[in-house]
Design a protein around this ligand. Structure first.
Ligand SMILES: [Zn+2]
Length: 172
């Protein structure tokens, strides 16, 4: 019995070592992979400026250079353009780069525009609602686990327009 326990411990240790080796390898190659458990939160962002996805992707490439399993560098899980077109930049169960300290097991949705000078478009709200609803159903995420970036760090993201929209949605 004791022998079996030792053997199990040894195997578990070897698995841990392999996991660490894989993490180091991915870090060296600057890649992220869809290796996390299902997401538990949705975090909403504004783009901040007026960059479209192409611009955001190039900017995030220059910042961190981490390539996702879907071939993009943008740190959001999903990005929504002004016309409501959206791009999935990282898999739902892949580490993101959108909210410091909360990039694992969260879906980060970036919406183009800053929401300060001008509100977001009807098409953007429509797509945002669609994606939020889809992910809530798919991963059993309650409305209470939908947040704005500002809930996790002191900044204006996702702007008053989007944040108030989100509060209204959560209250419905
Ligand atoms: Zn943000």
């Amino acid at each position: 019995m004791k022998k079996l326990q030792l053997l199990i411990q040894k195997i578990l240790l070897e698995v841990q070592i392999l996991q660490i080796r894989l993490a180091i390898l991915l870090f060296k190659q600057k890649r992220t992979v869809p290796n996390l458990d299902a997401p538990t939160k949705i975090i909403i962002h504004h783009g901040g400026g007026w960059l479209s996805f192409k611009g955001v992707n190039a900017y995030h490439k220059s910042l961190w250079g981490f390539k996702s399993s879907l071939g993009y560098y943008a740190g959001y899980t999903i990005f929504i353009e002004r016309d409501g077109t959206d791009i999935q930049a990282r898999a739902d169960n892949e580490e993101g780069a959108h909210t410091k300290g909360f990039n694992k097991r969260t879906i980060g949705i970036g919406v183009m525009g800053n929401g300060v000078d001008r509100d977001f478009t009807f098409e953007q709200y429509k797509k945002l609602l669609k994606r939020i609803y889809e992910k809530m159903v798919k991963y059993n995420i309650p409305k209470s686990e939908i947040y704005g970036h500002r809930d996790f760090s002191p900044n204006i993201c996702p702007s008053d327009y989007l944040y108030n929209w989100m509060l209204k949605y959560k209250g419905r």
